[in-house]
Design a binder for this molecule. Sequence first.
Ligand SMILES: [Zn+2]
Length: 78
Amino acid sequence: MPLTCVRCQKAGEAPPPHRVPFPPAVKEKVLASICASCWREWEDMEIKVINEYRLNFLDPEHRAMLQKACLEFLNVPA
Ligand SMILES: [Zn+2]
């Protein structure tokens, strides 16, 4: 479904849902407001964030940090 991306302000398609590893409410928000190319930019940034902070996906606190960093990067209100 085409959308106007809140980050780049361009019309685009939502990212593939299976690439957005967040709880349903957050995932819906990302899928409704972010285009696929901005999501790809986040995926590159995510690797840097994970390395910089040595985040562990199995740690709920780390997952919450990553989610917050993602929403800030994408300009999506939490
Ligand atoms: Zn965008």
